[in-house]
Each structure stands twice: as structure tokens, then as C-alpha cells.
Design a binder for this molecule. Structure first.
Ligand code: AVI
Length: 374
């Protein structure tokens, strides 16, 4: 397999960005995407933020998770073009299936990002300098984190932020064994809803690590708003190491989201099982099929569940009729051009410092820094 890595020339600094809009660090309900490998939970309790040394001590109050799920499902199924937010794919079974997806031969982003970090970690570490506080957003199993932590010059602390309690504990224990002496303070939270970012633990900058192209699961406006909130909360000089998939080749993209072993199909269909369990749904998962397609105009891969026949389904006592072939859109994975992504990051208050592109797939790791004007 061709795994050439290209260090792309960083485009000349674009014209000064318009001053980003003032934005808080809370995200409106319903605009959160899936977090990598984690089952969603509510916003972090204030105590959790304080324990992790966050600069603020409050989180945005949110309706209970069950209420959010019920709302999203009833509203999403009632739409003319039915759709469900992809964050709900990650219950316990969905998270386990997603971990399996990461190991699939067709799912190139995982391997491409690993290859990039293996080769680029030293240069990223040089950009960060000594004593960085590493904050990993949606850390999941944190399987690529050692590549970064191992290269950094005396990192001051590592703060994994994730919704899954068990996955946080497991990854923190593994990393503690691997990096004895490194302060590790897991933060169980939805990183899109943090009222503030964890405090810097040393003289170095905050280094935000957002792996796995999860940014692509946000709608572009939401991605930009998130980047903007992160820039404001992280402060001048902070770095963001973010995986972004720029692949345009349908021959790579479609199998990555519709693998031959059927794991992604099971991951998608599991959403119906979850609705049945948690919302008194009557879906017959066998009466739906997984479908993935690449839309080059939107620059995104879409996952859908297609009704195999005309059927009625009820959720929380509400009836929905599906025509044969009718779709529920369950996930978008945006694959923006590098130019489009960098322009968005720039509007959000980040300047590009490094860009690493995987030769075959065009998966990339961008190293961004909060611009002085943000
Ligand atoms: C979590 N996220 C980055 C994955 C992706 O590639 O968009 C989710 C996924 N869906 C299907 N396969 C993987």
C-alpha cells in the first residue's frame, strides 16, 4: 500500500480574517455531532469541570439526554426528508461497533492518521514547545495519543475529554502506565458544551488534539462555530491538531462507509435498535438497509437507512409511515477541500502552521494556532 506522506506547503497567510463574532462556548441543543467512540452523556457537571481545572466552573445546562433523544427522534422522523443526528449512533453497542470500524481495512482514515502522526509528531512537538497542556477532544480510546505525547517536550498535563466514563478510565489508566509522572485528569463531558477549557498546567500552551476527522460530522456552520469557540477559549498561542479528511475518490470513500464485513451497516442499523429500546419504538431493523453515498457537490459522504418496504412504525406512541425506498439520513461526513477547510479555520480565528497530507487517501492533519486577532 502506498503510504507516502506529504508535508504540504502551508499556504501563504491569507488576508486578515474578519474579527470573529463574539461567541460563548455553549452550542445550541441539537447541533452536536457524534463524538469519536463515545456514548453521549449530558453536559459535564460543574464539579467535573472544576476537578479538571477548567477556568470556569459551570457547564451549559442541558435537557436530560433521554429528553434530547426523544425530541431529536420525533422531530427528525416527522421531517419531509427524515434525518437523525449522528451523535445518537453512539450508545454502548454503537461505540463498540465504531471501535471495530477503526480496525477495518476499508476505513482508511484511522490508518492514514496514524501514519501521519508517526511521521509528523516531532515537528508538531517543535511547534508546541515545552510544557504543553494537551487537551484531547472526544478522546475515545485515545489510541493515537501516545504518538503525540511521546514526541512532546515535557508535556505539563494530559486532559482527555469524553462522554464515556468507562472509556475515559481505561484510556487514562493505559496512558498513566505508559507515561508515568504525566498528570492525567480525565474530564467526562461533551466537549461541544464545555463552559471553559481546562486550565494550562505549565508555562507551555494549550494543545488541543481533535483526532479522527470528527470535525467532518458537524454541519459546516456548526464546525466553524465550534472552531471559533475553541479559539476564543484556548487563547492566543494555543495549538489545535485536527484530523480532516480531504478525500474525493468515491472508490475509497464509499467502501469506507459501507464495508464488506457489514460492520458499518450494523453500526447504522443499531440506531433503530436503540430507538426501540429507549423510546418504545417498533422498528424492524431487518426491514431497513444501510446505504452510503458520496455527494461531490456537498463534499460529503452520507449514511442513510432505507426502508425495504412500505411500513408503519411507532415511536413513543407516534406513528410514522415509510414508503418503500424512503430514507432516514443518519450521518454526514464532510470531506472539504483543504482550501475550504483552511478558509473556515481562518474565519474562526486560527492560522495554519502545518499541514500533513496522506499520499493515497488525502486524509490530513492540520496544525493550527490561535491567531493574535482572535
Ligand atoms: C466519528 N467519525 C469521524 C466517523 C466518520 O468517519 O465520519 C464516523 C463513522 N461513520 C461511519 N464510519 C465511521
Amino acid at each position: 500500500m502506498h503510504t507516502a506522506l506529504e508535508r504540504a506547503a502551508v499556504p501563504a497567510r491569507a488576508a486578515r480574517a474578519p474579527h470573529p463574532r463574539r461567541a460563548g462556548f455553549a452550542v445550541p441543543a441539537g447541533s452536536t455531532p457524534a463524538t469519536s467512540g463515545a456514548s453521549p452523556a449530558g453536559a459535564a457537571p460543574a464539579a467535573a469541570l472544576a476537578a479538571a481545572g477548567a477556568t470556569g466552573s459551570t457547564a451549559t445546562p442541558a435537557p436530560s439526554l433521554a429528553a434530547q433523544f426523544a425530541h431529536d427522534v420525533l422531530a427528525g422522523l416527522a421531517r419531509r426528508r427524515r434525518s437523525l443526528p449522528c451523535r445518537w449512533l453512539y450508545d454502548e453497542r454503537g461505540s463498540a461497533l465504531f471501535e471495530q470500524i477503526l480496525g477495518l481495512p476499508e476505513y482508511y482514515p484511522a490508518e492514514a492518521e496514524r501514519a501521519i502522526l508517526q511521521q509528523a509528531a516531532e515537528a508538531i512537538a517543535l511547534a508546541a514547545g515545552p510544557h504543553a497542556t494537551v487537551i484531547e477532544l472526544g478522546s475515545g480510546s485515545a489510541c493515537k495519543t501516545p504518538l503525540l505525547l511521546g514526541a512532546l517536550d515535557r508535556p505539563a498535563a494530559y486532559v482527555p475529554v469524553d462522554l464515556g466514563e468507562a472509556v475515559l478510565a481505561a484510556s487514562a489508566a493505559q496512558l498513566a502506565a505508559r507515561f508515568p509522572g504525566l498528570p492525567i485528569t480525565p474530564l467526562q463531558a461533551d466537549f461541544t458544551r464545555l463552559a471553559a477549557l481546562p486550565r494550562r498546567q505549565g508555562a507551555g500552551p494549550r494543545l488541543l488534539f481533535f483526532a479522527g476527522c470528527t470535525i467532518g460530522n458537524f454541519e459546516p456552520d456548526d464546525a466553524e462555530a465550534l472552531l471559533q469557540r475553541l479559539a476564543r477559549a484556548a487563547g492566543e498561542g494555543a495549538l489545535l491538531v485536527v484530523g480532516v479528511d480531504h478525500t474525493r475518490d468515491p472508490a475509497l470513500l464509499v467502501p469506507a462507509y459501507d464495508d464488506s464485513a457489514g460492520i458499518t451497516a450494523a453500526f447504522n442499523l443499531n440506531l433503530l435498535v436503540r430507538i426501540n429500546r429507549e423510546l418504545q419504538g417498533t422498528f424492524d431493523p431487518a426491514a431497513f438497509r444501510h446505504f452510503a453515498q458520496y455527494d461531490p457537490t456537498e463534499q460529503r459522504v452520507e449514511m442513510h437507512l432505507l426502508s425495504r418496504r412500505s411500513q408503519r412504525v411507532s415511536v413513543l406512541g407516534r406513528e410514522f409511515h415509510f414508503a418503500a425506498g424512503e430514507a432516514i439520513h443518519t450521518e454526514s461526513a464532510y470531506k472539504p477541500s483543504p482550501f475550504r477547510f483552511v478558509a473556515m479555520a481562518h474565519r474562526a480565528g486560527w492560522k495554519q502552521k502545518q499541514l500533513w497530507v496522506h499520499g493515497r487517501s488525502r486524509f490530513a492533519v492540520h496544525v493550527l494556532q490561535v491567531a493574535p486577532w482572535a
